[in-house]
Write a protein that binds this ligand. Sequence first.
Ligand SMILES: Cc1ncc(COP(=O)(O)O)c(C=O)c1O
Length: 377
Amino acid sequence: MIPLSQPPASSPEIDLPPRILLGPGPSMVPPRVLRVMSTPPVGHMDASYLAIMDRTQGLLRYVFQTENALTLVVPGTGTAAMETAVANMVEPGDAVLVCVNGYFGLRIAEMARRCGGDVRTITRPWGEVFSVDEIRAALAEHPARVVALVHGETSTGAAQPMEGIAAAVHDCGGILIVDTVASLGGVPLAVDALDIDVCYTGSQKCLSAPPGLGPITLGPRAVQKLEARRTPVASWYLDLTLLRQYWDTRRVYHHTAPINLSLALYEALRLVAEEGLEARWARHRRCAEMLWNGLEALGLALHVAPEHRLPSLTTVRVPESVEEAAIRSCLLAETNIEISGGLGELKGKVWRIGLMGYSAREENVLALLGALDRLLG
Ligand SMILES: Cc1ncc(COP(=O)(O)O)c(C=O)c1O
């Protein structure tokens, strides 16, 4: 007899509160997506599942606005997609430039260092954005083979204008990586029109699937760099030369796909396509403007200048007289609304309010503004 230890004395059934998710992600998941998740799984090599992978690729090309053949889903969260982008593009000794104006830029820079990149960063105060001239000047000093920046900085609520950046990077022979974890599907962005080489996102924000998947797309310059690598990608799991063999016609086993999560993403992407990108961007913008006007009417100050605000994530300054975390706790306890505190440099100074995907609805904005009015009044 093998001596067995006992199970925990108590493992109650799951009983989660019905939260209204208005933080920086995850966002709320639409009922159709939740229903699809309870589909009995098939095998990850089943023809019926492979067909859904193909259709998912097609929908992702629409959402990214790209024709890129190498468009697939990394089996991991947004950070896994970020690491896939960095680990596949950065080789030891490569000059890398990372534009850091928030927490996630710092994360990219750290990943690039760990891949052996010769990393230089340029910085802006948290809440501000970069100009093309600043990026060109940095590249003149440090001609980078890889440049990375964040389109929607979730830690600050700033949206980086993208026009002209790819040209600056390509003029010095570099590859442009853009993080759209907090923006894709909610904020205007078109990968091919902007000539972005590598773009990735997460399933759980403006796409409104549950967390756990990281869509990514690579254009021709990035594929060329990948195929010309002098060294194998240090991460076996995130190596796109292997991962893509499961997604293209070769169908080589790489990992056991997270089937039900992938079905959820597929359904969430179907919803994006049914709504249409332009209508979806407009809905996010409409809800954000309603929130911004409402917060200002309550006497609160927004952290980011109007022209650089990210519709999917708003940072609002916490008044001096108020205890930041206490308000969030009351909000959660009394109304089930989740918002978030600041991250990194902005910890304790701002609240972060997300209006992403299925959470971006006027009724949610009104509920939050009403509750804040009562709690701060
Ligand atoms: C801009 C940005 N990049 C990357 C990530 C990392 O994604 P995940 O938390 O899904 O790993 C996040 C998550 O909040 C994000 O907002």
